[in-house]
Design a protein around this ligand. Structure first.
Ligand SMILES: CC(C)(COP(=O)(O)OP(=O)(O)OC[C@H]1O[C@@H](n2cnc3c(N)ncnc32)[C@H](O)[C@@H]1OP(=O)(O)O)[C@@H](O)C(=O)NCCC(=O)NCCS
Length: 214
């Protein structure tokens, strides 16, 4: 991680906040082309990223250059309960979430079926009974021009420390099986391959990091 100190020394990590949502949605679309969440469009993703840090079950970090605080260089998001996030979107945040979602479904009806599969997502991979409830890393995205400079490593380290602070000792992440770069990244930073499953007709890999109790 100390390999690009000149580039990293100006970078600050701050907790992910609702005002980062527009930029987070932009980085998500750039970082995950062709995936289901990206296909929901910038408006829906913006509501998702506004909602996540407002929920007690959602947390994350944003990497910024303090001299340009509005430009997000990267972010990571996670949850201790996907079900709690869905509930938040389906209740308190429904007035913000539903209109852009319905507009998107109106233009692309096939997306509605995939959304139903997303609701089933928490059931698709099992958790060994001996572990505490895992947190789930939902997304990590670095501005394309700033990749391979250690920003992702900073974000993952901050996330793992926050999990430990919350008493969570297992952190899971689901990666598209075709995303070699992300899998190398996760392995490098303490995750191990755990299992394969299928989502939206694509092969997915679950990676898991075991964290020391704080
Ligand atoms: C995955 C991602 C977040 C990594 O962020 P980053 O800031 O580039 O990562 P770091 O610089 O901290 O770590 C780089 C290390 O990860 C691995 N890695 C990252 N990208 C890689 C690539 N394209 N090919 C091979 N290894 C890669 C390597 O081990 C690399 O170390 P090295 O540069 O010494 O070889 C970034 O590439 C990204 O935004 N990708 C698109 C979005 C995505 O796929 N996110 C994950 C799924 S949610």
């Amino acid at each position: 991680m100390g390999k690009h100190p000149a580039q990293l020394e100006r970078i600050t990590l701050v907790p992910l906040a609702p005002h980062h949502a527009t930029h987070a949605a932009r980085l998500h679309i750039l970082g995950q082309p062709g995936t289901f969440l990206t296909s929901l469009g910038a408006d829906v993703l913006t509501v998702l990223y506004q909602t996540l840090p407002l929920s007690p079950a959602g947390f994350g970090f944003a990497a910024i250059d303090p001299s340009q605080p509005h430009a997000l260089l990267g972010f990571v998001s996670a949850t201790t309960s996907i079900a709690a996030l869905f509930l938040e979107l389906g209740t308190r945040r429904l007035p913000a979430f539903l209109p852009p979602l319905l507009r998107r479904f109106g233009r692309h009806p096939a997306l509605a079926a995939r959304a139903a599969q997303t609701l089933a997502y928490p059931l698709l991979h099992s958790t060994p009974a001996e572990t505490s409830t895992p947190a789930e890393l939902l997304s990590i995205m670095v501005e394309p021009a700033r990749r391979r400079a250690g920003i992702g490593a900073l974000l993952v380290a901050a996330l793992q420390a926050e999990c430990q602070r919350r008493g969570v000792t297992v952190l899971d992440v689901t990666v598209d099986a075709a995303n070699d770069a992300a899998q190398r990244f996760y392995i490098r930073y303490g995750f191990a391959y755990a299992q394969a499953f299928s989502l939206y007709g694509r092969s997915m890999h679950l990676y898991r990091a075991k964290l020391a109790a704080a």
